[in-house]
Ligand binder design. Sequence first.
Ligand code: ADQ
Length: 465
Amino acid sequence: MADGYSFVVVANRLPVDRTTDEHGEAQWTRSPGGLVSALEPIVRASGGAWVGWTGAPDDDTGPAAVDGIQLQPVPLSSEDIDRYYEGQSNSTIWPLFHDLVEPPVHKREWRQAYEAVNRRFAEATAAVAAEGAAVWVHDYQLLLVPAMLRALRPDLRIGFFLHIPFPPVELFMQLPRRAELLRGLLGADLVGFQRPLAAQNFLQLTARILGLSPQEDSVVYEDRTVVARAFPISIDVAEIDRIAASPGAQREADRLRAELGGDRRLLLGVDRLDYTKGIEQRVEAFGELLAEEAVSNDEVVLVQVATPSRMRVAQYQQLRERVEREVGRINGEHGAVGKVPVHYLFQSRSREELVALYLATDVMLVTPLRDGMNLVAKEFVAARRDELGAMVLSEFTGAAAELDDAFLVNPHDVEDLKRAMVAALDASPDDRTARMRRMRAHVQAHDVDHWAREFLDALGVPVHT
Ligand code: ADQ
């Protein structure tokens, strides 16, 4: 690496998981997910590098080349993980950017650690980027990196994409050291968001906090033009379609349906166990429908798959307890021997298993209180080659702006959730097919590769794959 890499992705996590084989040697396996599958071919074709954390504490693994991508690990100590990752990123910024669904916690030592870790990411990137390289920084853990990187390397072309919502002006104003965070993002040439409103919030803040004069989709800062626009992220549609088309997936879907009680209608939720996802409200609404006898345990069944997530953060442990208690209560009150209304799986599942579940489903429930995009909604649509299956979708997801043929719902309103669930269950096959067909056309035309290319095109980076 005498001259550095011409394209560098910077994200909290590397696109791989590290395991150790029987000889004690480090092995890397590609981690699943749309972002990795979208960026990997682009990074590989451009001979690029990826800067990020391995996911393990105090891991001093050095750089490694895996599948044509240069990995540049940024080590994090246990204290960094406590303060930068679980603290400032996931207990301050995450809840505040999701409209205070839970109260954010503010701690000075978390902010200091966040700044120090962001600086290490910037330095690691500056060390590997070639002269004039394009760098694409991702997400809320690294808000300060663009400005830090620009200070080190003014020659670089810097893009930033925020995967989560960007809060309204009044909420952002609550953040300690808000001006610094804003200046952090303004270090980029292009700042991408999931929704146009988020870009507008950001631009308004540059006027309010820094006294700048934003234009329609840009602002001049330190003699540079910074563009802020929406680039709604998507999924690897071809991959989901390939899995859905396999005989194994359909067989598994049939098996699941038979196991759950052949003639019961299946409602499904698939989320990380996170308080932004509206799992509690969803389960509560389902419980009320049973209690009011709008539906019965013989007719319907809810499967909720919840991936364990951030389990060292107290708010997540408490959420887990509340959900488990509510599921237990509903099953106790409305279940029968060998037949319960809610199947709750606190587990991660393979993509193949998720697709089989999507195929078995009558009504998909995607009801976050707030969500930047929500990829589960798009995966469900991409899986339904049969053009059947209805979806209840929260208005507060980025996905709702694109998938407005779903049964849209205000997830804060349990009555509205109940109404939408019943409407989706009662919809005629023709209605469901017409809605699904339109949603599929949209998702097929806007996959994750399309997203990455649009962003890089706006950044002025040629994409070769
Ligand atoms: P997340 O908050 O993680 O992403 P989401 O967009 O739904 O939310 O993506 C979750 C991914 O994890 C999906 O691909 C899904 O299939 C998978 N997943 C969920 N539950 C699972 C389970 N039990 N087992 C296995 N896999 C599971 C953040 C933002 C979102 C934004 C994305 C991408 O919060 O708003 O859409 O980044 O930008």
